[in-house]
Design a protein around this ligand. Structure first.
Ligand code: HEC
Ligand SMILES: [Cu+2]
Length: 488
């Protein structure tokens, strides 16, 4: 079974021969999917690997011969931004999360030098899933701050592999961002495409809840409980949106080298508005076609390829969908070019895929609920009714204790905006609110939809809000709401 190439079949005779061959192959039990003789493949010369930070990847290997490939990687522990106002100390391979992309071919002899920057606090190492050998290199690469370690390995199996730190506590090192991808191209290289990108999902666990400001420490207990505060692409919320969005032109074929560092969660990787033409399942050799969502295990990867046919914004998500809209697992691929009404004729929308509440929400133009003659309730009655109104409507955005979600939903607890002007607060609930406002020193530029509530309900909910969470204890009556409603 040497040098078989699958050329288009020209006649029945060849087809019969092929069937016979396949039957023989299937019965050949010791067949290994390894590239033949990768172990003995000759090395011609030496080059230094060009490493890239995500979402970039190094240039394709093409048909270059197997070589000695020098890889120099430096570990850096550094502060970065998880999301607006939230900082995190990331531990990185090469200064990025995920770490630098390594591109090799089968038969390469990789000489890997791992250095641990002198300013770092901890020892680290690397376990490359592309290595055949105990620990994937972990033992040989264990390195203290200010030192470096070198080890060599031969790439035997083509595929897309995860690498990660494996220093105890292993989960913590991975949770802090210590993972990346190494691609081992098959003999002759991968089929050429127009655009290649590097994306990795990861889950993060912080002492504070999602969005809580300041420098957030790693939370071991939440990590053990697999209760992630952030699930993100390329190390942070909005790592692939806005200026960081991926790009392509209509007609181009895009290949995403998609990995999942975990440490805990598996990814149901999906691109809203596309179908994967080809998926190299689990980063291996098997190709599946016409796939909507592909599962990427923690510590696993896949190569997905698709041609983009129409302009617009495609949205990358983990289809465990709360992770996408509430924890950050959302990225964008902006496709420019000519419309093709044959393929898609709908309207283009992208804002709706921003975090919940800050995206496009139209202000309903229907009138708010009416009541014949607003009744005036006692303070106790208003507090009671107000609490239930709050728990049915307001709390979804402003949160159970009025604490809000930084930069998305302003707080109502100890809120200077609320306490400064009661009529303005009534107007917000009556008519909704959009545009920039500053609450307790933080800017919000979002949309609160008009609330469909009666005057009595509005009076009650505002009285409840004013009389809780350190607010000014004002009372709002139905008559006050009524006069604002009629004020125009
Ligand atoms: C769909 C989410 C949502 C719901 C539900 C909601 N709000 Fe808001 N609210 C917002 C957003 C967003 C803003 C800021 C609007 C802006 O940026 O201009 C806001 C602003 C406010 C403000 C002014 C800013 C502040 O923090 O003082 C008040 C008061 C307020 N909301 C009260 C309420 C009350 C009371 C309810 C329930 C009856 C409610 N909201 C329901 C999203 C919501
Ligand atoms: Cu480490």
């Amino acid at each position: 079974m040497k040098n078989i190439s699958f050329k288009p079949l020209k006649d029945i005779k060849r087809a019969t021969l092929l069937v016979l061959f396949l039957v023989t192959l299937a019965s050949c039990s010791d067949d290994k999917p390894k590239t033949k003789n990768a172990k003995d493949m000759l090395i011609t010369g030496q080059i230094t690997a060009d490493l890239t930070a995500p979402p970039k990847v190094p240039v394709p290997i093409g048909d270059r011969k197997a070589k000695k490939l020098i890889v120099n990687m430096e570990i850096l522990e550094q502060e970065g931004t998880m999301t607006d106002g939230v900082k995190y100390i990331y531990w990185t391979f090469g200064g990025s999360v995920p770490g630098s992309f390594i591109r090799t071919r089968v038969g390469d002899e990789v000489e890997f030098t791992l250095s641990n920057h002198p300013d770092n606090k901890l020892p680290h190492n690397i376990d490359l899933h592309a290595v055949t050998g105990p620990g994937g290199g972990a033992e040989s690469s264990f390195v203290a701050p200010g030192h470096e370690k070198t080890f060599s390995f031969k790439t035997l199996n083509p595929g897309l592999y995860v690498y990660h730190c494996a220093t105890a506590p292993v989960g913590m090192h991975i949770a802090n961002g210590m993972y990346g991808l190494i691609l081992v191209e098959p003999e002759g290289g991968l089929p050429p495409v127009d655009k290649e990108y590097y994306v990795m999902q990861g889950d993060f666990y912080t002492k504070g809840a999602n969005g809580e400001r300041g420098l957030q420490a790693f939370d071991m207990q939440k990590a053990v409980n697999e209760d992630a505060d952030y699930v993100v692409f390329n190390g942070k919320v909005n790592g692939l949106t806005g200026d960081n969005a991926l790009t392509a032109n209509v007609g181009e074929t895009v290949r995403i080298f998609m990995g999942n560092g975990g440490p805990n969660l598996v990814s149901s990787f999906h691109v809203i508005g596309e179908i994967f033409d080809r998926v190299f399942v689990e980063g291996g050799t098997m190709v599946n076609k016409n796939v909507q969502t592909t599962l990427i295990p923690a510590g696993g990867a896949a190569m997905v390829e698709f041609q983009v046919d129409v302009p617009g914004t495609l949205v990358l998500v983990d289809h465990s969908i709360f992770r996408a809209f509430n924890k950050g697992a959302l990225g964008m691929l902006k496709v420019s070019g000519e419309e093709d009404e044959k393929v898609y004729s709908g309207t283009q929308m992208e804002g709706i895929y921003l975090p919940e509440g800050s995206g496009i929400q139209t202000m309903p133009s229907t009138a708010t609920a009416k009541e014949e003659a607003p009744q005036e309730l006692s303070l106790a009655e208003r507090l009671n009714l107000g609490k239930s109104v709050y728990q049915q409507t307001c709390f979804a955005c402003h949160q159970p204790e009025g604490q809000g979600i930084p930069t998305i939903f302003p707080p109502l607890a100890k809120a200077d905006y609320l306490n400064a002007d009661v009529n303005r607060a009534i107007d917000v609930v009556l008519h909704g609110k959009s545009g920039e406002i500053t609450v307790n020193g933080t800017k919000y530029n979002s949309v609160m939809t008009k609330q469909t509530l009666t005057d009595t309900e509005i009076a009650s909910v505002l009285t409840y809000v004013y009389n809780n969470w350190g607010n000014s204890k004002k009372e709002v009556t139905s008559a006050m709401v009524k006069s604002r409603r009629n004020a125009k």
